[in-house]
Design a binder for this molecule. Structure first.
Ligand SMILES: *Cc1c(COP(=O)(O)O)cnc(C)c1O
Length: 392
């Protein structure tokens, strides 16, 4: 079989075998509705309670502060719309950043149409928000600050504790989208001072369509999904029992082997960065050199179109992503890359390689060997590159 190397762990991850094993009985043998009072139901209810305890413990929250959802996007929507509608009597101003995931940005844009005002903080060349600007953006009618923990494209990690301190000192709620951070950075919600936090299972070797929202006790927010009395009457719908069980198993595994996992990712990441820098001219690392996710590599490669690069890499079995327009599903290249000040050309020529637990040294060497000749071949078609080379 042709060699295949998956380097898109920030898009999604494969389910771990232990996760699948934990989930399987809940599809048939133990299929009861958790709301039912007979044994079938109680088994499911116990499985959810146990999962809630595990997720809570993994972020130092209390079990009754964890609410299961249909994934990271739902958690973001619930946190932001929930706080907005639940606190609009206090004010209608929200602060976020320009580099959030679309689940946050598009929710904020929707709320603008609903009469809320949103400040989108800019970021520096590394993707960091400026704390002084954040302070200055807070007004008497600000009800929420939503800043992501770590960015899904460039991997930059924000100063979450400092942001939370600023929010708390002004009595403004603080939500963070920690979908990329969870499982890759140790998170203690109490120590960090976080009020609401979104997490998702499929980014940590769990199933798709399952997530959670951490809601600190006492935080007032409206409900998003109305219906039955599930999740303490705050999120209706028969629980996704297999998904929830799988999510907890994935979180447990992530935290069991945490240091090992981080060491593995970091060493492969640094090897990939060094290898590509050495072999390819005119490339630039996007994101922060040190404050970045352990598995994130993002380069802009000059004189290259991201989509052509992805197609060529796919032909040699390498799966990764780009912030170029064609792949972002719109006419414009990635809003994240534009926000850190890249030109259209550099944003179009971006390549994101994200490493995970199943990535091997051999995979990294394969990419370091395959990518440079592909880049060279594509560059041969660029008149601009010819000119630059000719000038040298
Ligand atoms: C993947 C992702 C989401 C969306 O999570 P889903 O579970 O896919 O809905 C939100 N935010 C970030 C930062 C992500 O990486």
């Amino acid at each position: 079989m042709k060699k295949r190397v998956y380097l898109d762990y920030s898009a999604t991850t494969p389910l771990k075998q232990e996760v699948l094993d934990a989930m399987l009985p809940h599809f048939n043998a133990s299929f009861g509705n958790p709301s039912s009072i007979y044994t079938y139901g109680r088994e499911s209810k116990n499985a959810i309670d146990n999962a809630r305890d595990i997720i809570a413990k993994s972020i130092n929250a209390k079990s009754d502060e964890i609410f299961f959802t249909g994934g990271g996007s739902e958690s973001d929507n619930w946190a932001i719309k929930g706080i907005a509608y639940g606190n609009k009597h206090k004010g209608k101003h929200i602060i976020t950043s320009k580099i959030e995931h679309h689940a946050v940005l598009h929710t904020c844009e929707y709320l603008e149409k609903e009469g809320f005002e949103v400040t989108y903080l800019k970021v520096d060349e590394y993707g960091l928000v400026n704390l002084q600007e954040l302070k200055e953006a807070i007004r008497s009618d600000t009800i929420l600050i939503s800043i992501m923990f770590a960015n899904n494209e460039i991997g930059t990690i924000q100063p979450i504790k400092e942001i939370a301190e600023i929010a708390n000192s002004k009595q403004v709620y603080f939500h963070t989208d920690a979908v990329q951070a969870f499982g890759n950075i140790k998170i203690d919600v109490k120590e960090l001072g976080i009020d609401l936090m979104s997490i998702s299972a499929h980014k940590i070797y769990g199933p798709k369509g399952t997530g959670a929202l951490y809601i600190k006790k006492g935080v007032k927010l409206h409900q998003l999904i109305h219906g039955g009395a599930q999740e303490k009457k705050r999120r209706a719908g028969t629980e996704n029992v297999p998904g929830i069980v799988g999510f907890a198993k994935a979180a447990e595994l992530a935290h069991e082997n945490f240091d090992e996992h981080i060491k593995h990712l970091t060493s492969l990441r640094d090897k990939l960065i060094a290898g590509l820098k050495e072999k390819i001219e005119y490339i630039h690392l996007n994101g922060h050199p040190t404050k970045r996710l352990p598995g994130n590599v993002n380069f802009s490669i000059e004189f290259i179109e991201g989509e052509s690069l992805l197609l060529s890499l796919d032909m040699v079995g390498i799966a990764c992503s780009s912030g170029s327009a064609c792949t972002s599903g719109s006419l414009d290249p990635s809003h994240v890359l534009m926000s850190i000040g890249l030109t259209h050309e550099l944003a179009h020529g971006s390549l994101r390689l994200t490493i995970g637990d199943f990535t091997t040294e051999e995979d990294i060497e394969y990419v370091i060997n395959q990518l440079p000749p592909i880049v060279e071949k594509l560059r041969q078609m660029s008149p601009l590159y010819e000119k630059v080379k000719g000038g040298n």
